[in-house]
Write a protein that binds this ligand. Sequence first.
Ligand SMILES: NC(=O)c1ccc[n+]([C@@H]2O[C@H](COP(=O)([O-])OP(=O)(O)OC[C@H]3O[C@@H](n4cnc5c(N)ncnc54)[C@H](O)[C@@H]3O)[C@@H](O)[C@H]2O)c1
Length: 464
Amino acid sequence: MIAVDIINQEAERAYKQMKITIYGSGYVGLVTGTCLAEVGNDVLCIDIDKQKIDNLNKGLLPIYEPGLEDLVKKNVAANRLNFSTDTEKGVNHGLFQFVAVGTPPDEDGSADLQYVLAVARSIGENMNDYRIIVNKSTVPVGTADKVKDTVNAVLASRGQNIEFDVVSNPEFLKEGAALDDFMKPDRVVVGTDNPRTAELLRALYTPFNRNRDRVLVMDIRSAELTKYAANALLATKISFMNELANMAEMLGADIENVRIGIGSDPRIGYKFIYPGCGYGGSCFPKDVQALERTATQIGYDAALLKAVESVNNRQKEVLFNKINRHFKGDLQGRKFALWGLAFKPNTDDMRAAPSRTLMEALWAQGATVKAYDPEAMKEAQRIYGDNCRDKKLVLCDSPEAALDNTDALIVVTEWNQFRSPNFKEMKSMLKQAVIFDGRNLYDPQFLIQEGFTYYAIGRNQPDK
Ligand SMILES: NC(=O)c1ccc[n+]([C@@H]2O[C@H](COP(=O)([O-])OP(=O)(O)OC[C@H]3O[C@@H](n4cnc5c(N)ncnc54)[C@H](O)[C@@H]3O)[C@@H](O)[C@H]2O)c1
């Protein structure tokens, strides 16, 4: 069948079930596949990690994301969502071939495209009919061309000339609120040079567009850049506030008052202006870096992006520096309670988490850590199994158990359950009533009244 016939056939099927293949069953692929199945499509998720697929087939999820487990089970039971490691089956299944594999930083910080291009090669090796390759992974400008070239080269080596399109459809979901973000997106960016493909993507996303059309069709390069622009701007807001927080401490101002003072300006707003101990996660650090490397490659000096990255790297050391100063450089043999391991609440993701920078710095000075996180304990065990065996890291089953007999409490992730703890009980459990708060959760005046020495970010400094 030629491409136009298939497109027409699929256009007729719009609002009806479509066949979709998703490569990558991580945070983005699994959420995308599940939500597309939930609205009635026939979705096949492919991953090269056999263990992950075996577990998914048993109903065991590789990640924690609120609400996802129930939705996966529901759609598997309805036979709209299936999992496999069989790439050939994947290529034959969906007209839409979604790519949602990882794009981790390369050695020099640019995005490593090996997984994206491996998917492109397998599509080229196995396709027999028109396919739309939809790139959801975050990739540098020009990647769609590389995907196209890769597929074409493989097709040429097979002596085949089969039509296909490559679309950029970057994902904007937030871990911790991923289902809501996918089901009720602010916008769906579709980068394509083919109007008919744009219409098909629009049809695919129609169920998520109930009260207004959120699909923004643009050229491929702009779509690719839009994703980096969004993450880089959000990271810039955080680094800006952290810079101001550090200055506030030196100037004797309270950054929380400053935050409220500027957020009330509707041009600024309250979102994403929380000072803290640095941003982490699988996106902001690597995406700011990759965009900055892209700038270098095209001969542009991206001074702002470099500053955003270096301010953040410095901010991840702020808590350690406060701790080290408080204990006058004597950390050997000290035990610290750590509340929060995940890079933010409502996820188990610890990629580039500030907790990691902090724990590693404490261990290097001979201190040990007793940690609690509602969801990231398994992930911490996976990453730091050796440190757990050496008792440098003790994973505790409650926030209270982490406090017992430690020199101070350090708060790194703003999980709801850490917001209103029983301070009296905490004081009796800690060897010293000292709190280092990397997320400004508590009222300094109250804690001082309760007899705590309280360090926060950009607020009162007990040692000043
Ligand atoms: N995590 C987020 O919040 C988020 C949000 C928006 C965009 N993104 C972007 O989406 C992409 C995926 O991120 P993630 O967090 O879901 O990654 P992830 O590491 O959770 O998942 C990636 C999955 O891809 C699989 N994979 C690798 N090569 C494969 C192949 N050839 N075929 C099939 N599967 C393969 C891996 O085994 C893994 O399970 C990245 O580019 C990321 O920057 C992530």
